[in-house]
Structure formats: C-alpha cells, structure tokens
Design a protein around this ligand. Sequence first.
Ligand SMILES: [Zn+2]
Length: 80
Amino acid sequence: MPTEEHVALECPYCRGEIYRPLKWFKQAYFTCPACDGGLTADQFTAIVGDLEQAFEETIDEMMQDIPGCGCNCGGNKTTD
Ligand SMILES: [Zn+2]
C-alpha cells in the first residue's frame, strides 16, 4: 500500500527537477536540493492539489475497473 507518492516538480529558481514525496512539497519552508533556493508550500499549492486529485482519480479507476493485462508484467521495468 503506497503511502508516499513521489513526484518530480520543477524548481522555480534553477528549473531543476525536485523528486520528493508529495507531502514534502507541503512543508512551510524547504530548500531546493539543487540550488538551495528557499521554497514554500504556497509555491506548489496548485500543482500539488492537481496531483493529489489525479492520484485519487487513478486509484478510483483501479478500484472500479481492474484491467486484464494491459500492464507491462513480465517485461523489465525501465526506471529511466
Ligand atoms: Zn533549484
């Protein structure tokens, strides 16, 4: 059961990708791991809200409609 949804969001300062659990972006204050720029939850509220809604919809779909085998089972999962 996944409790942490990792997301990659763009840093508004260095345009670097910040890959962290969704809740990490809800902190009152945090810094970009790439450029050390100061960030706040306010800067990510909109995108985090969208992502949370998307996750919920995805879970709802999975609960309602379990597909036969449209997945990549048996194949090697690429992590690129
Ligand atoms: Zn940055």
